[in-house]
Design a protein around this ligand. Sequence first.
Ligand code: SF4
Ligand code: SF4
Length: 389
Amino acid sequence: MNKHVVALIPLDAYDQPRVDEAVRQGLALLGGVEQFVRPEEKVLLKPNLLARALPQKAITTHPAVFSAVCRALREAGCRHLSYGDSPGSPTTTPDKAADTAGIAEAAERYQVEKADFASGSVVPFPGGHTARSFYLCNGVQEADALINICKMKTHALERITGAVKNLYGCVTGVNKATGHAAFPNSEVFADMLVDLNRCIAPRLHIMDGVIAMEGNGPTSGTPTPMNVLLFSADPVALDAIFAHLIHLDPAEVPTCTYGQLRGLGVMDAERIAVRTPEGELTVAQAREKYGRKDFDVYRGTLQKGLLFKVMPLLPFLQHRPKVDLKKCVACGVCQEACPVEEKAVRSGNGKKAKYDYSKCIRCYCCQEMCPVKAIEVYRHPLTKLLSGK
Ligand code: SF4
Ligand code: SF4
C-alpha cells in the first residue's frame, strides 16, 4: 500500500536558525522543495493571518516559520514569491494583519511581494460536490502554485483548524461570511472546504505547531506548546496527524472525514507514514512520542448519529455562542461578523452583545472575531453527559 507521508520535526522554540534548520529537514524528508515547485513558477505563500494579532498569541503563523520557508524557496532558486491571506474580521485589512503578525517584515527581508488579497472574482469549480464556484482573491488566481503555511489550533465549528481550513482565507473578505450562511453547519461547511482545497490544489502544506492554540480557538484560546512542525503534500493526512497528536479521533473532524470521502487525502492511520529525523514511525508511535492527551479540545461525539439529528428539535440542547457580559466592551464586531441577514447577535453603539438564538446558525463567526475573548461555545451539561466527555 502506498502510504501518504507526513514529515514531523520536533522543535521547541522559534529561534530563527533552529527553525531554518527544522524547515530544511522537513522539506528534505519529503524529497526537497524542488518536488513541489519549479524556480520559474509564481509561488504564493499562504500563512494564517486570521486576525490582527502579535505572534505570541498563537493566532497567526509565526514569522520565524514563514521566514524559514521563504529562505528555503530562495535557496532552491525560486524567483517569483508572493504572500497573502484574507483575515476573518471585517475590521482588519490583510496589510494590518500581516504587519502585526510580523509576516510583512519577514516577507520584506526575502523580497516576497504582497499578493492582492483585498479583491477577487468568481472562479467556477464545476467538479465541486457542495460548492460549484468560489470568490477567490486575485493573488490566488495569479499564482502558479500555492504553499499553505497553516497554524495548529482548535476551532469552534470544525474542532480543529489546520491545513484544510486555512485555505478559507483565499476567499475574499466579506464573501467568507456569505459562505458561512450558505454552508451553515460543520459538515456541509467542511465539505465546501474540501471542494475549495480541490479547486486551489496547493502543492504543499506546512503546519506551525511549535506553539499551538488550545481551548476557545481559533482566536480566543490559549497558546500551548506542541513542539512540532508538520509537512505534507496531503492536507487531510496532515490534519489527521494533528488530531492524533492531541488524542482526538480524526473521524470526529469533519474536514478529515469529508477530505477522505472526496479523495482529497487520507485520514486512516494505517495509510499514513510519519517521517522524523530519527526514522519512520507509525501514527501510534508518533502519538506516543510527540502527542499530548491533555490538549484542550472539544471531544464530544454528538456531532453524528441520532441525537445530532434530533438536536435541532431540542433547542435547549444545542451548542451555542454565549457572551460573558463582564468582558464585553460593546464594540459591535460580533454583529458585523454575523452572516445571518437579520443578525442573530446585536451589539455596538454602547450596547453589549445580545443573542437571538432562533436566528443563529451556529457558525461561531462572532466567537472567532470577538477581540476581547468575551464569547465561548456553550455546551449543555446533558450533551456532555451523553457523549461521555
Ligand atoms: S461580545 Fe465581543 S465582539 Fe461582541 S460586542 Fe462584546 S466585545 Fe464586541
Ligand atoms: S450569532 Fe454568532 S454563531 Fe450565531 S449566526 Fe451569528 S455569528 Fe454565527
